[in-house]
Design a protein around this ligand. Structure first.
Ligand code: EPZ
Length: 421
């Protein structure tokens, strides 16, 4: 397994362009199953999770062709299997959102349940009850969800909580159902909105994406489309935090500025300067960092996917910060590694108390999930001596060429490939 080695102490400077959003790409890839015509996607990030999603599509009989570094053509003219196997779904839970589109296209689907996860229980009950409400017969057998429906029917679906994946799955099942579906308490995340844009360009009738109530009027068929994936707001936030933690000065090009309100507000509270332009952000810090209170929330609240990175930053603030994680039950694994680097963090249930400013010192640390890996990289950027992050495959799931990008901004960082290749 590759490792990343960082020598801390360099301020980051310069300009950087964002990759396409991982969490927008994954459901959009699954949506391609809804039509027998080709779908052209641009700004697709080259990530491990995208590779896994494409492998799943190919197993279903979908053809996949890279037309350029970030351009993909996908054609689901012939679906030969309706099964998403355990070995793929367990490595990437987002594969579970293939259930809705497969069922809508083929009238049946067999999708493995994802099982446990490093950051929380992450059940799929809301996906299942929503799709069941559309008239599907669903049973759980041998760890698989087996669903069939000769015809899905529109229905009112109320979600217990605004789950991103459940909203996407139900939306993709409903676009070809008979009649009107209304999803209440729907997720408002930009990635849900991007999926709605993609489905609309395929001929779907969707209103309200980005609000708590999404209305879908089913259509008989969907056609091919071209779609550009939105830039990754979590990569943007991670780089903004990199500028703040190193006391650097970064310009982030093609930034989805209007999706980052909560992140910008919280960084400003720490004393970091953020200047917004139409499609770019400049972030720098010259004053000492101030402690803050932070609470993760569904969009447009502060994203859970940036909580770990903010924790790394707050170890450098002068005073005590309080972080409350409200989305996932077990998303503080990075804190244990940060402690090994000299951070002062106490965890009580969903709350972490971070006392700063700590002098971090480099250590061998282990990534436990995608965003935790990024927080360790960020800590390594300011730690004394050398930090060596192992299990880098987590990072490769969701950050495109992160080591090369940080190096281009002045970080002393290198990837040490696994000797076994
Ligand atoms: C998406 O996961 C993202 N993944 C996650 O990104 C992100 O952290 C999360 O949304 C929250 O923003 C993708 O988009 C591929 P949820 P998802 O369903 O859809 C509970 C990253 O690092 N829940 O909104 O799985 C669940 O347990 C990742 O890129 C149920 O109880 O998240 C959680 O507590 C990780 N029943 C809460 O809802 C269900 O049926 C929110 O989860 C579904 C969810």
């Amino acid at each position: 397994m590759d490792r990343i080695v960082i020598h801390g102490g360099r301020r980051l400077h310069g300009s950087i362009a964002l990759s396409g959003s991982k969490n927008a790409t994954l459901p959009v890839l699954m949506a391609s199953v809804l039509t027998s015509e080709p779908v052209l996607l641009s700004n697709v990030p080259r990530l491990r999770d995208v590779k896994t999603a494409l492998e799943l599509l190919q197993r279903l009989g979908v053809t996949v062709r890279w037309l350029g570094p970030h351009e993909l053509e996908i054609c689901a003219a012939n679906i030969k299997s309706c099964e998403a196997p355990y070995e793929l779904v367990k490595t990437m839970r987002a594969s579970f959102v293939v259930l809705g589109p497969l069922l809508a296209r083929c009238g049946r689907a067999r999708v493995s349940t994802p099982g446990g996860c490093a950051i929380g229980a992450r059940p799929v009950n809301l996906h299942i009850s929503g799709i069941r409400a559309l008239g599907a017969k669903i049973q759980l057998r041998n760890g698989y969800v087996e669903a069939h429906a000769d015809r899905l029917r529109g229905a009112r679906v109320w979600l217990d909580n605004p789950s991103v994946g459940a909203t996407e799955n139900i939306m993709m099942a409903a676009v070809r159902a008979d009649g009107r579906t209304v999803i209440e308490n729907a997720a408002r995340e930009p990635e849900v909105q991007d999926l709605a844009r993609m489905l609309t360009s395929m001929g779907a009738h969707i209103a309200g994406a980005g609000t708590h109530v999404i209305e879908i009027e089913g259509v008989e068929r969907l056609h091919g489309a071209e779609h550009q994936i939105i830039p990754d707001r979590i990569e943007a936030g991670s780089l903004m935090i990199a500028a703040a933690i190193t006391g650097g000065d970064l310009t982030i090009e093609n930034a989805p500025v209007d999706q980052l309100d909560a992140v910008i507000a919280k960084l400003r509270e720490t004393g970091t300067t953020v200047i917004t332009q139409d499609k770019a952000l400049r972030v720098w810090r010259s004053a000492p960092l101030r402690p803050i209170e932070l609470r993760t929330l569904p969009y447009p609240g502060f994203p859970t996917d940036l909580q770990a990175q903010m924790m790394a930053l707050l170890t450098q603030a002068h005073g005590t910060s309080v972080i409350t994680e409200t989305i996932f039950e077990n998303r503080f694994m990075h804190a244990l590694e940060l402690l090994r680097m000299g951070a002062d963090i106490v965890m009580k249930g969903a709350t972490a108390i971070v006392r700063g400013s700590s002098r971090l010192s480099g250590a061998p640390v282990m990534a436990t999930d995608l965003r935790a890996s990024m927080s360790l990289l960020l800590a390594g950027l300011v730690a004394e001596n050398t930090t060596e992050v192992s299990r880098v495959y987590h990072l490769d799931r969701g950050y495109e060429e992160v080591d090369a990008k940080l190096r281009s901004l002045g970080a002393d960082i290198e990837r040490v490939p696994d000797r076994k290749g």
